[in-house]
Design a protein around this ligand. Structure first.
Ligand code: ADP
Ligand code: MG
Length: 302
């Protein structure tokens, strides 16, 4: 009997050393997108359940379309809304958390798409209706990482509909490898490596759009015109320790275009970025850790 117990204990110890802690994986539909949650650790199953709840709670709180959501029933005193206004200022208005009426008149809420007239767009811009669609997923990613820390799981990778949130170190301090989607579909364009807890968020013209008379109308709006931003970019990926920052800036840098976005990065120290242009070229900031493709490096000015 003693010998039997000894064998069980040895097996458990070896399993720990080999890093074969339990893993839990689940697909969730939230925030209008499919999400994939993968967590490793003794409490992985509890963690996946808690994260699922966190995603649904944040979806309800910040919904732009539910008239009863916190976003639609409060003034702008909520911390997330204040942070969004600050980000609008930091990006010179490229990030605008009040494009709700504009999104509505393009049919992005009802999914009955249409091209609005210039005066409809002017009215919609003036209405300043809140829409935090550009930051809720990223912000929730960091909230998820905080809750994984409290649960002391080993590590996790959450795909929140194109927003990747990593948590913790992989065994042997291996980096997490995150593929950057090809805007035309098919294989990944390249791979970004991150260590530990990070958010990797992509905004692209291929994620949500409709076509009319051969023209593609996508969901990233230039706040100056109310029209889908035509900045010469197909996608922007932002890598940051903070999910709100990564999500807000992926949208804002897309609106700015390559040149202004590069200058913005040179004056910042809280993110790295990868850009894919309309002519298929790839650009990456110095610290982006991109590999697997040819690209031009954007450097800090001396
Ligand atoms: P996704 O939601 O597909 O991950 P983004 O993070 O780029 O993509 O967010 C796009 C969403 O943000 C739009 O659906 C809209 O709700 C909102 N939005 C569009 N243009 C802007 C903008 N210039 N600034 C802030 N929010 C925007
Ligand atoms: Mg965004």
């Amino acid at each position: 009997m003693k010998r039997f117990l000894y064998i069980i204990i040895m097996c458990a110890l070896l399993c720990q050393l080999a890093g074969c802690a339990t893993q839990s994986r689940q697909t969730v539909f939230a925030m209008d997108t499919v999400m994939d949650l993968q967590v490793w650790g003794a409490d992985a199953e509890t963690a996946v359940a808690q994260i699922t709840e966190l995603l649904h709670t944040n979806e309800d709180l910040w919904s732009a379309t539910d008239p009863d959501s916190l976003l639609n029933t409060t003034d702008k005193t909520e911390a997330l809304m204040l942070r969004a206004l600050e980000m609008s200022e930091r990006t010179g208005g490229a990030f605008d958390p009040q494009l709700g009426a504009v999104m509505e008149c393009w049919g992005f809420y009802s999914k009955e798409y249409r091209v609005p007239t210039e005066s409809e767009l002017a009215d919609a811009l003036a209405r300043k209706k809140w829409d935090l669609g550009a930051v809720v997923k990223g912000n929730t990613g960091t909230l998820c990482a905080d809750s994984l820390e409290l649960l002391r799981v080993d590590r996790a990778i959450l795909n929140l509909g194109g927003n990747i949130q990593t948590y913790g170190e992989k065994p042997g301090a291996e980096p997490w490898s995150i593929g950057i989607q090809n805007p035309d579909g098919g294989d990944y364009v390249g791979v970004v490596s991150v260590t530990g807890t990070a958010s990797v968020v992509t905004s692209g013209d291929y994620q949500r759009y409709f076509e009319k008379d051969g023209v593609r109308y996508h969901h990233i709006i230039d706040p100056k015109t109310g029209m889908p931003a035509r900045s010469g970019l197909r996608s922007v990926t932002v890598i940051s320790r903070d999910g709100f920052t990564a999500d807000a800036l992926s949208t804002a840098l897309f609106v700015m275009g390559l040149e202004d976005a590069a200058a913005f990065w040179q004056n910042s120290n809280d993110f790295e970025a990868v850009f894919i242009t309309e002519d298929g070229k790839v650009y990456a900031t110095e610290g982006a850790n991109l590999s697997g493709c040819e690209f031009e490096v954007i450097r800090r000015e001396n």
